[in-house]
Design a protein around this ligand. Sequence first.
Ligand SMILES: Cc1cc2nc3c(=O)[nH]c(=O)nc-3n(C[C@H](O)[C@H](O)[C@H](O)COP(=O)(O)OP(=O)(O)OC[C@H]3O[C@@H](n4cnc5c(N)ncnc54)[C@H](O)[C@@H]3O)c2cc1C
Length: 485
Amino acid sequence: MKGNMEKKINKAANAMRELRKHLVGSVLEDDASCFRASLDNLRLSSLPRAVIVIKDPADVGVVLKIANKYGVPVTSRGAGSSATGSAVPIQGGWVLDLSALNQIEIDPVARIATVGAGAVTTNFQEQAEALGLFYPPDPSSKNYSTLGGNIACNAGGMRCVKYGVTRDYVLGLNGFLADGSPFKFGLPIKKYVSGLNLRDLLIGSEGTLGVITSANLKLIPKPEKRWTGMFAFKSEAAAFKAVVGLFKVGVSPSILEFLDRQSVSCAEKFTGKAIFEGQSRSSILLIELDGCPAEVRHQRKCLLDYITGFAASHREARTDAQAEKLWQVRRTCSQSMFSLADTKLNEDVVVPLEKQAALIRYTIALKNEIGLATPTFGHAGDGNLHVHIMYNRASKADAKKAKAGIHKLMQKVVDLGGVITGEHGIGLAKAPFMGMQHSQAEIAAMHSVKKALDPLGILNPGKIFEPFEVWDHKLVDVQLPWDHR
Ligand SMILES: Cc1cc2nc3c(=O)[nH]c(=O)nc-3n(C[C@H](O)[C@H](O)[C@H](O)COP(=O)(O)OP(=O)(O)OC[C@H]3O[C@@H](n4cnc5c(N)ncnc54)[C@H](O)[C@@H]3O)c2cc1C
């Protein structure tokens, strides 16, 4: 027993020695660096042995070769904004900090960019827009998240209803397989059907199949004009009836966001005034149209002709500043929920468009059953609603109810023909629900792919496929850069 332990310690020490000898970037072993890399937005902390700051992409190959030789777990990290614990080094080992690989090169003629995995999403969007181009995937975390993290989680956002998700913009991925060999899956060209499409396999695989060092991303022309409107409805059912009807009459919104009455009520209490005067506690749709001026004019007319039959009230933004005020309503809803309880579980479920009203009926029934608030908002244009379960972390009774509530919610979503996650991925938090979503044969096929690409299981071990129960772990109370409380 003692001999085994000694062997393990010696192996770890030898791996560290070899790492320092061959690396260009730095290896951080101090408490503060290891703590920072130990958690993400799930706030479950598991300390790594070391954080390796990657400055030269080739270093990733060096690290993985050594990790393979000594069986060291390796967890890739961008900004650590994952909501599911997917960036937590749950089995220790080494964290690869890729945030310094942040170069951005844009070819405005081909409309293709080559970006480092660590480039921040907003920085890339701003550089593209300065050239009259547009990169639509817009996770709310875009001021912090990295493009490598976006690709590894197949990030979505508000504009997916018209423009699709991160996957729809990835042409090529460059990086390293688990054994340290370099890969180039795809190229900076728009057509490519050579061999099996492993590029798409890596997208959304949460760092379990390879490490991405750079990517070739597609850009589109920036829409010339945007229009924003906000609509109040007496009930969620009326709002969703309007959502389905809008598509039927040919409206193609670039954003179609929904807020339920619980969320609106939180925002109204927070600001002390009704969002629509005389109609407090309405359900709300926020809609953006974009395109050339003639197209936006035509779409606006179709939208207003149709929706005024359903909406109790509406407001249009005539300037960018007014539009910003309307979007502020959505942001306020998110922040103001903390008046209900100190902890928010944010479940990014998706159901078919026509089943959204049924899902909201269920979240209200769930609220009454478990006695915890379930304010819900989200991307109604693609059925991706964020159902929140609010609870007080210190209360064991609350935690028990919240845990039971999530299980019931996930089952309902699957029963409605939906999926347990549309944006955030599985990580640690959603691992218990994989068996609800997927058959044993599907899970076995995923295991086979993982085994083929990472035979020793060193890449982000413990995620997606392994049983894990977040509720057995104490979460840490820590202020993260995106916290606004
Ligand atoms: C306030 C807030 C709002 C959010 N809003 C949204 C939203 O609207 N839409 C949405 O989709 N998500 C959202 N998220 C979740 C999260 O921001 C996204 O999943 C984002 O894509 C993660 O990027 P990151 O750089 O922080 O990645 P990290 O959290 O560092 O990593 C996430 C996963 O990707 C892997 N990974 C990271 N970089 C690489 C790489 N180079 N190679 C291989 N694997 C890698 C990690 O190992 C981990 O599994 C939100 C999170 C927060 C905190």
